[in-house]
Design a protein around this ligand. Structure first.
Ligand code: UDP
Length: 334
């Protein structure tokens, strides 16, 4: 299939392009390169453009005639979304709307949407099933939930079928070492911890150790990016087959690790000392997020290959050591 991949130059998008190509599909990346990297686009053409730019979007769609869409392009910094919600609603919600209207106008019949466990807010039970109430506690999660709801309305009104994939914490890097996580600024726990291990940062700050969890730090469900990528291939193929599918699937390992456990595992994997400083809670962080991904196991036969946290961190560490700044000090986080 020819597939338009918005945000295909980003972390999860680029790993998905690799997985799509391995399954015989052509990923056409549409990315404004605000956070994406041209070097990460290796398995199909790169078209530079913004989702809000309908003219450019129409031109790319007319040129390639994609049969489906996988939609990653979005801002994804939880903390920033709390401070600057307008940026998130404009880009994530209005941008998605522009894309969906283009799909409607060009008759593109299905879309896999990159959603998030942040749509659940503070969970009432763990592991979280897809049927759990969605009450996001930050504008990032709210923006993704709004798009999930718009997708439902577009299905009813225009017959555009969709699957929203609600990721827990994406982690790790391509096991072949071709691509990996390269956010700028970097705010995610595992890459930051590895930068400390690599000598680029003096310490890792733990955002709160007074949560109601066994060691007081937040618990998250880390899922390897290659496993996430494979789920997108299965989801778009399921939509193309015409079989009935639910509106959303969780993607997680079903196992939670605390911030302290992640740091200890990274120290063991890298063999480096990782100095830790305790800091304040980060606004918008629920104490515990662990997903139940049983539905996509059963329906689409998806099975994560990386269920061991040390192995996930190992792939990230291998990638990290190849980065140009490895061993050099990085500017402090603003
Ligand atoms: N975290 C932390 N220090 C950091 C970055 C993150 O303690 O420098 C914590 C954060 O509060 C959360 C967990 O690590 O509990 C995972 O955060 P990350 O930003 O990697 O992913 P998110 O949960 O926001 O998707």
């Amino acid at each position: 299939m020819r597939l338009l991949v918005t945000g295909g130059a980003g972390y999860i998008g680029s790993h998905t392009c690799k997985a799509l190509a391995a399954s015989g599909h052509l990923p056409i990346t549409y990315d404004n390169l605000v956070y994406g990297h041209p070097w990460a686009v290796r398995w199909g053409p790169l078209e530079i453009g913004d989702l809000a730019d309908r003219q450019r979007l129409d031109q790319v769609i007319q040129h390639y005639r994609p049969e489906g869409v996988i939609h990653f392009a979005a801002y994804a910094y939880v903390g920033e979304s709390v401070k600057d919600p307008g940026k998130y609603y404009r880009n994530n919600v209005a941008g998605s709307l522009s894309l969906l209207e283009a799909m409607r106008d060009h008759g593109i019949p299905y879309i896999v949407f990159s959603s998030t466990c942040a749509t659940y807010g503070v969970p009432e039970r763990i592991p979280i099933p897809e049927s759990h109430p969605q009450r996001p506690i930050n504008p990032y999660g709210q923006s993704k939930l709004m798009v999930e709801q718009i997708l439902q309305d577009f299905q009813v009104a225009h017959g555009i079928r969709s699957i929203s994939l609600r990721y827990f914490n994406a982690a790790g890097a391509d096991p072949d070492g071709e691509i990996g996580e390269a956010h700028d600024p970097e705010t995610h726990l595992i890459p930051l911890v590895l930068e400390v291990a690599g000598g680029q940062r003096p310490h890792i700050t733990v955002f709160g150790d007074d949560y109601d969890t066994p060691d007081g730090t937040c618990i998250r469900d880390y899922i390897h990016v290659t496993d996430l990528a494979q789920a997108h291939v299965l989801a778009i193929e399921a939509l193309a087959s015409g079989r009935p599918v639910p509106a959303a699937y969780n993607l997680g390992n079903g196992q939670g690790f605390s911030v302290k456990e992640v740091i200890a595992t990274a120290a063991a994997v890298t063999g480096k000392r990782i100095p830790v400083q305790m800091g304040a809670r980060r606004p918008g962080d629920p104490p515990r997020l662990v997903g139940d991904a049983g539905a996509i196991f059963r329906d689409l036969n998806w099975k994560p290959l990386y269920t061991d946290l040390a192995e996930i961190i190992q792939t990230a560490w291998r990638w990290h050591q190849k980065r140009p700044y490895f061993g050099k000090s990085r500017p402090p986080l603003s």
